[in-house]
Design a protein around this ligand. Structure first.
Ligand code: ASP
Length: 315
């Protein structure tokens, strides 16, 4: 079948001055990885590669550029899932690592476990030969400036970053979780997601990203999905599993919309998701004002946007 790849770079109040970087970042990830998928690489390799590109990009809240927790430190969550076998690997609160999605993949393939956290995850990564990076190599000036401001701001709230009412508020915490979903030539599906979580989170906080069925899910019998947004709410409705279940009866675009409706209506949640069904159709939706996304359309063009309905094709 014709392979498919869709990525996201976070659902939040992306300020106009950051939109160009978000669009370039998601377009670049697709442009780098789709040719590999077209040439026969697996969906698992494609989603890992796409997420690694996005983790390298300081624009996004993943790998380099991740947000800082309340102690001014980076703690990363990631997950990857194979729709053929339902195997997955995940890491949470991992430090000193540029590519947590790769550590998640190693957990899936080299251990009998699914999820490792904190110091144990870091030790495992070291044993697998994953290079450590200095903590400050992951931190951008943007995040540091924001952290310093947020520490002094008694009105600081995560809500500002996600709630559409705060779209023109200059004081929103940077976000930009990243995710990728693919189907390969063999019809196998995979999904991966990576994040620094929410700014000013308590040390040790784990979001939706590495929780199976919340931030990430893939099942060859229905579809695969990656979510982003305020994780405490995304988790409550198991957003990606809900979306994949809906694919059993709905077309991909409707399943994405319906899953986000569940998020909105059941828990007043703010977030979004991308998905691909087993026939290779895309869906995406968000309850935030914006979500950066890109995919390859039927003509092989990269289509990108920051709002549903705003997408443009390029190249
Ligand atoms: N979902 C992520 C978390 O709560 C954050 C985000 O997508 O912006 O950890």
């Amino acid at each position: 079948m014709i392979p498919r790849l869709i990525v996201h770079g976070g659902a939040w109040n992306i300020p106009p001055e950051y939109e160009g970087d978000h669009l370039n970042g998601v377009r670049h990830a697709i442009a780098q990885v789709y040719p590999l998928l077209r040439d026969g690489c697996t969906a698992l390799d494609a989603v890992e590669a796409a997420v690694q590109h996005l983790e390298d990009d300081p624009t996004f809240d993943a790998g380099r550029g991740a947000v800082l927790n309340a102690d001014g430190e980076v703690e990363l969550d990631a997950m990857i899932m194979d729709g053929a076998t339902l195997r997955f690997g995940a890491v949470a609160a991992l430090q000193n690592t540029l590519h947590p999605v790769h550590v998640a993949r190693l957990i899936m393939e080299r251990t009998e476990h699914n999820l490792l956290v904190g110091v144990g995850a870091r030790r495992f990564a070291g044993e697998m030969g994953v290079p450590e990076v200095r903590a400050d190599e992951l931190v951008t000036q943007r995040e540091w400036d924001y952290y310093e401001g947020a520490r002094r701001d008694p009105a600081y709230s995560t809500r500002r970053s996600f709630q559409p009412e705060h779209e023109s508020d200059a004081n929103v915490a940077p976000h930009g979780t990243v995710g990728a979903v693919a189907v390969d030539r063999q019809g196998n599906l995979a999904a991966a997601t990576s994040t620094g979580g929410t700014a000013m989170k308590l040390p040790g906080r784990v979001g939706d990203t590495p929780i199976i069925g919340a931030g990430t899910y893939a099942d060859n019998s229905c579809g695969a999905a990656s979510a982003t947004g305020w994780g405490e709410y995304v988790m409550r409705v198991l957003l990606t599993r809900t979306a994949c279940d809906l694919l059993r009866t709905l077309e991909a675009p409707e399943a994405a919309e319906m899953a986000v409706d569940v998020l909105r209506q059941r828990v007043a949640g703010l977030g979004g998701l991308i998905l691909v069904d087993r026939g290779g159709r895309y869906g995406f939706a968000h309850s935030t004002s914006k979500m950066a996304f890109a995919y390859v359309d039927d003509c092989g063009q990269v289509v990108a946007g920051t709002r549903k309905g705003s997408q443009t094709a390029a190249g």
